[in-house]
Design a protein around this ligand. Sequence first.
Ligand code: SAH
Length: 254
Amino acid sequence: MSTDPRLFIDAPLSAGAAIPLAREDAHYLINVMRRGEGDAVRVFNGRDGEWTAQIAHASRKGAGLTVGEQTRPQQSVPDLWLLFAPIRRTKTELIIEKATELGVAVMAPVVTERTQSDRIKVERLQAIIKEAAEQTERLDRPELRDSEKLGALLDNWPEDRALIFCDESGDETDAAWGGARGRGQPMASALASVGDRPAAILIGPEGGFSPAERDRLRRLDCVIPVTLGPRILRAETAAIAALTIWQSTCGDWQ
Ligand code: SAH
């Protein structure tokens, strides 16, 4: 595999196309990667596959590329969404970086009753997603949706999409972590029934879902409640673990 730097470019790619580089991309290529005129890079835009390109010009004023030939055709990614309650800034950033590496198609912050988060800095999150997509050799950049309240999200849920609800508790209100009754199935075995259906994984905030939210979720036909084992995981750990299990049972790690 080529080790030439790889850039996500939001422009159509075709042989001979001239692409002016955004300031951050020019800075990355010239100052960080120490590349100059004539050097090779790779580019992708999420639609046209991956292409070779050459640095056509580079100066203090900016840089531009000329596109060469296509090296990989566009491939589809597994149809998986990650819905997560945003948490502290650095943890939210960790979730979206790792979810990009782990191959999600869509990520969406979901505001729940117990969500306590720093304000979401969309630009910064988009930059993290772009960098992770470039680094991880994927041919697309996952979509980051606007945050939405859990209630509204469920009101408009697309019925054919399985909603995999990571639920750490049971039904017994006076027992620790809800006791043993009503626990979700272990995730890997629960996914046997999902097959290649479109899916979304839902992870709650640090304080978990409220009893009312949990009740509503558990009553929906599209919801598959799952457990990630007998330990309570931090939200970011739960997200990474759940994505790993989904990829290895329903996704493209099989
Ligand atoms: N309810 C707890 C912990 C929340 S952990 C509290 O009050 O502190 C944050 C989220 O991670 C949960 O909402 C759940 O979606 C997920 N999670 C953590 N551990 C889990 C487990 N063992 N099984 C399933 N989901 C888990």
